[in-house]
Design a binder for this molecule. Structure first.
Ligand code: FAD
Length: 603
């Protein structure tokens, strides 16, 4: 904590304009003894209770999901993030992410139930509940006596979450609300006892949140649709929920009237980084299964893992998992530190947690998009490594692929999260929380100046890579700065541009996090010990540079013409040019050989 106060803690989004030292990032190698013990316990639980019963999950055994959730509650895993005062373990945000990470790889069915319950099912009460609401509900949720669900989506209100038609009408005596409406895609609906329900009071602009109890034997006007038959996460209960004159006491309103949209969005921020964490161990597991198969499977009298085509896949799968870990735990610790700083400044834990997570909403969106796409790609390549067998239900890849697919859709689709990440950054700049204008103007000046022809000294580890990251940040500032100047508030209408800018932003955060993690570890061990991690960091950056180059070009051409276009394209070229290009084939081989030799993800 003291260390946190001493160093300057970057605000959310500031990574783009301020340099982060490697000593200031948290890495998985920094897990405390307690965190490592938690990791071991969760991994053991995953093996014993989830992976051992995988076929039952695939056969839509919803009761098993509930049973395993109950066991997770008994062991305290549902209450990791819940303060001790409310029956939880009161562990920090890093431990929360770590638990999500290592509990989620067995099956997406359990990970969805776990995520929906501990995140959006419980957090709205811990973050926004009154003392009485927290005392009444949170201990039951933290221990798994009750399960939570989150009812936001409706048939006509998905991404446009504030447009729901569900209503809440105050009774004549002012003591209760009557809820009427239809919700859909509600995870955990089949076995929950508490629902966080969003409804509109009269013609309010914004929806309001309510805590609604659900008892099958006394349903209070609540009926459930049949289980949805889904592509993946087959044993996760997903149903429609109908409210017909459901009576909810006024004291069950969450926060104030019209505060529901804010609650919904903030609960999703937490959900997004936790979802990213939940996609990490799946990647490790898919890679482990893939490399073991590739080492054994022979074609043309050769183990297929010896083929360059397969090595390319193994290297990318390992690198993406490593990058995902690096960025997720970096952001998780930032959130934890921000919460601690706010508590030290006198905020209650509740206020501190709310503000702490809100602060890093940009990073949460970045992570959600990046890691959900990585796990999908990883599972896809997993199938490819298995060839025809990958397409069979008898091997684990097809279920992994089907389960991974949902992560791009829920907790805000990746399109929405891409646009949010840039939108939130621009808003932060307007509020003065992140100074984008100054650095953007400096880039404009630089574009008009004469480039330096000096050859920098890049002999130190990552010196060229860090210079490259600084240049990629200039690309973002150049592109986003010029676009904001050109379109002003209409920028929102230019979605393709926003999405391209988001892709640039995402690559910068992921690549920087990867490099900083490895640099930190190389300093405390040696470059030799971190050789493969160095290779992964360089490989990730190389691919990031190509993405930034492509997205930057597409953007510039779309909004700039003539001399301006030429100047910006020249800038783009300068900002994406290596002095010493890394040999990507060598890097991939080095990474793949290590994974092959160990027969697993070993970083
Ligand atoms: C298995 C599963 C579990 C779920 N669990 C829950 C839950 O527990 N609680 C809950 O409340 N919800 C839940 N959801 C709902 C989920 O959050 C929504 O499906 C998601 O937010 C997308 O909404 P939608 O399905 O209506 O798609 P739409 O909003 O109709 O989107 C369709 C497509 O259009 C795009 N799009 C939409 N608006 C825009 C825009 N403005 N600009 C650009 N593109 C846009 C989207 O990105 C998407 O590609 C779950 C969904 C599934 C499938």
């Amino acid at each position: 904590m003291e260390a946190t106060q001493e160093k300057e803690l970057l605000r959310g989004g500031q990574f783009l304009v301020k340099e982060t030292k490697c000593e200031d990032v948290f890495t998985p190698e920094d897990f405390s003894e307690e965190q490592n013990m938690m990791k071991e316990a969760v991994m053991e639980f995953n093996e014993r209770e989830i992976i051992a019963h995988k076929p039952r999950f695939e056969a839509k055994d919803y009761a098993l999901t509930e049973e395993v959730m109950r066991k997770a509650g008994e062991l305290g895993f549902l209450g990791v993030a819940v303060p001790e005062a409310y029956g939880g373990l009161g562990m920090g945000f890093v431990s929360t992410c770590l638990t999500c990470d290592y509990i989620s790889s067995g099956t997406g069915s359990f990970s969805t139930a776990f995520g929906a319950h501990t995140g959006i099912g419980t957090m709205p009460i811990t973050l926004y509940g009154t003392e009485a609401q927290k005392q009444k509900y949170v201990p039951k949720l933290a221990t798994g006596e009750w399960f939570g669900a989150y009812c936001l989506t409706e048939p006509g209100a998905g991404s446009d979450a504030n447009s729901g038609k569900t209503t809440a009408e105050l009774s004549a005596d002012g003591k209760s609300y009557k809820i009427n409406g239809q919700k859909m895609w509600i995870s955990n609906a089949g076995f929950c006892s508490v629902m966080i329900v969003f409804a509109r009071i009269e013609d309010d602009k914004n929806i309001t949140g309510f805590i609604v109890e659900y008892d099958k034997n006394n349903p209070n006007g609540i009926t459930l649709g049949e289980e949805e038959h889904k592509l993946g996460i087959r044993a996760s209960s997903t149903r429609q929920v109908f409210f017909n004159d459901t009576v909810v006491p006024v004291e069950n309103m969450l926060a104030g009237r019209g505060e529901g949209f804010k609650i919904a969005m903030n609960a999703l921020n937490v959900g997004r980084i936790k979802l990213a964490a939940a996609c990490l161990d799946s990647q490790r597991r898919i890679l482990n299964t893939g490399v073991q198969y590739a080492n054994e499977r022979k074609q043309f009298k050769t183990p297929i893992s010896d083929f360059g085509a397969i090595k390319t896949k193994l290297a990318k799968m390992a690198t993406d998992a490593y990058a995902g870990e690096s960025a997720t735990y970096r952001a998780a610790k930032n959130i934890e530190d921000r919460i601690a700083l706010r508590e030290a400044a006198g905020n209650t834990h509740q206020e501190a947690e709310l503000k702490g997570v809100e602060e890093y909403a940009i990073e949460c969106s970045i992570l959600k998009v990046a890691v959900s796409e990585d796990v999908q790609n990883c599972a896809d390549e997993g199938i490819q490594i298995f060839g025809g067998m990958g397409f069979s239900e008898e091997t684990p890849m097809e279920a992994a692929w089907r389960d991974a697919r949902i992560a791009r859709i829920y907790e805000g689709t990746n399109e929405i999260n891409r646009m949010l990440s840039v939108g939130m950054l621009v808003k932060k700049a307007m509020k003065g929380h992140v100074d984008l204008l100054g650095p953007a103007q400096a880039v404009q000046q630089e574009l008009m100046g004469i480039p330096s022809f000096e050859t920098p000294d890049y002999s130190e580890l990552f010196s060229e890579e860090k210079a490259m990251i600084a240049k990629l940040k200039k690309v973002f500032l150049m592109v986003a700065g010029a676009a904001v100047q050109k379109y002003g508030p209409d920028m929102e209408q230019h979605q393709q541009l926003l999405i391209a800018a988001a892709d640039i932003l995402i690559e910068i955060y992921m690549a920087e996090s990867t490099i900083l993690r490895t640099e930190k570890n190389a300093k405390r061990t040696s470059e030799k010990e971190q050789a493969v991690q160095i290779a992964m960091s360089k490989l990730y950056l190389y691919n990031a540079v190509s993405i930034v180059e492509g997205k930057g070009k597409e953007s510039i051409i779309s909004f700039a013409e003539g001399d301006e276009q030429r100047m910006m394209l020249m800038g783009l070229k300068r900002f994406t040019k290596y002095t010493n290009y890394p040999d990507i084939v060598d890097l991939r081989n080095e990474i793949a050989e290590k994974v092959k030799a160990e027969g697993k993800y070993c970083f």
